[in-house]
Design a protein around this ligand. Structure first.
Ligand code: NHR
Ligand code: GAR
Length: 215
């Protein structure tokens, strides 16, 4: 069975979705540790309720990104994770950290990458009047939100959307797409070699698209 470490900063609904997949035996994997940079992240309670180990490393206690990242490596490595899952983790990671876990770390970003890298994605998508928005699961590389995209959940943008409602729609699809990708990894279907992702042994040239209608 694959070992997973999940990094969070906040409410942890994506963590919850993955825990629910495990609890209902849709996913055969073990979350060894949930690590948060914020002491009061609600996701820590979710983990504790499921008897999953938790740790807090408060970035504010470190004087550089590098020293914070080195402490995270110290805490994570004893668990020998096969996969690191960023689930609403809000600290940009240094190149050393990313290279240490290269090909073994994924993130979910709330946009249809390469569109809307960075923050405030829903607000920016609404302002542009795009017809579709969504979320992307990608491998983490040193350059922000730029690693190979594995899968995308796509939702329509409505004429009268507010940022809140759009975000809710995107969250809903995130909670389907992220556990699915972790499942592909756990089944050995999703692999990574020489900076490239493979699905069922074939080079993944375009992301797997999951539309809200089919989800
Ligand atoms: N690190 C690297 N090297 N590469 C990526 O692709 C990463 C990453 C760290 C986090 C998640 C990402 C997202 O999905 C992620 C991808 C935080 C920021 C940010 O600006 C940007 C992108 C993402 C996460 N963070 C501020 C910082 O100074 C802090 C913001 C806050 O604390 O609220 O680190 O969107
Ligand atoms: C998710 O929408 C995720 O895509 C986004 O934060 C939310 C976390 O929700 N991630 C980022 O913006 C990363 N910068 P959750 O804590 O409830 O899973």
């Amino acid at each position: 069975m694959r070992s997973i470490v999940v990094l969070i900063s906040g409410s942890g609904t994506n963590l919850q979705a993955i825990m629910d997949y495990i609890a209902t035996e849709k996913l055969d994997a073990n979350i060894e540790l949930v690590l948060s940079n914020r002491p009061n992240a609600y996701g820590l309670q979710r983990a504790a309720e499921a008897s999953i180990k938790t740790a807090v490393i408060d970035h504010k206690a470190f004087d550089s990104r590098e020293s914070f990242d080195q402490e995270m490596i110290k805490v994570i490595d004893p668990y020998k994770p096969d996969l690191i899952v960023l689930a609403g983790f809000m600290r940009i990671l240094s190149t050393d950290f990313v290279e240490h876990y290269e090909g073994r770390m994924i993130n979910i970003h709330p946009a249809l990458l390469p569109a809307y890298k960075g923050l405030h994605t829903h607000q920016r998508a609404l302002a542009d009047g795009v017809s579709h928005h969504g979320a992307s699961v990608h491998y983490v590389t040193p350059e922000l939100d730029s690693g190979t995209v594995i899968a995308q959940g796509r939702v329509p943008v409505m004429d009268d959307d507010t940022e809140e409602r759009l975000q809710e729609r995107v969250h809903h699809i995130e909670h389907i797409v992220y556990p699915e990708v972790v499942k592909w990894f756990s089944e050995g279907r999703l692999t990574y070699q020489n900076h490239q992702a493979y699905m069922d042994g074939e080079l993944l040239e375009t992301p797997v698209i999951i539309d809200q209608e089919s989800a």
